[in-house]
Design a protein around this ligand. Sequence first.
Ligand code: GDP
Length: 307
Amino acid sequence: MATFGNLSARLTDTFKNLRAKGKLSAADVDGTVREIRRALLEADVALEVVKEFTAKVRERALGDEVNRALNPAQQVVQIVNEELVGILGGEQRRLRFAKNPPTVIMLAGLQGAGKTTLAGKLAKWLRDQGHTPLLVACDLQRPNAVTQLKVVGEQAGAAVFAPHPGNTGAGEDATSGDPVRVAKDGIAEARAKQHDFVIVDTAGRLGVDAELMRQAGDIRRAIDPDEVLFVIDAMIGQDAVATARAFQESVDFTGVVLTKLDGDARGGAALSIRSLTGRPILFASTGEGLGDFEPFHPDRMASRILD
Ligand code: GDP
């Protein structure tokens, strides 16, 4: 995975230096922790997350488990691995299914984060497991969004519920319709046609914006989804903190999807988001194709970073 290339290389170097030593002094541990701190900050991991992470690693690395270890350096690497798994969420968190279908999944995030693409990926993933998702086009801001959702729906073999003049309450112009109404109508359609999943695509803006946040909050309250997934571009860097907080306040998301993990960005958002929001990462997107998508496994991601 290209995203963590630099971070991986930095950590590998740090651990190589450490392995050259036999027993570890407190100064060795401090030097290593300093290097890890620098590598994480360079990867754009949020400062508060870096501080907490390095404090934990330092405390454990100076403790008995390393002192008693046959190979102290290896033990430190093991500790870093465990703590990485920890900040990535520990156990895998699976998608929640509603007791009474349909399971309603709402997508929220900035424009360009990859929501519409994700709607298609999720639909395909669900279809591959025998489900019958309905995609609902509530992004009425971006003129092309409805068409784009129809295209990905078709690629995924999933039905799409889209506003057309007359069912948006907006007369002829679908883009000025009421997304709350479209969301509700879409769910009613799913019930009527016995779809067991509904994926609601919502509008994003280029930056955090009060109107967008209000709209997303309105949709969430109106349809009470089983999952609200916050879609975030792994390349967003330090803006991850403010963006995640704003969306958490407006839509109180239940989980996170990381997109563009195939890029060569530094990946700080991926490592920060769980600690910053307390919400689990459910899926990872790794390309533009509908198949470039997988459930997120904290332990596998940590291993890739430390590869
Ligand atoms: P939205 O505005 O949030 O709905 O974002 P889109 O789904 O339209 O995606 C914005 C752009 O990012 C499109 O060009 C997508 O093809 C691209 N994209 C989405 N997910 C990924 C991903 O995981 N990797 C890469 N490389 N590109 C992606």
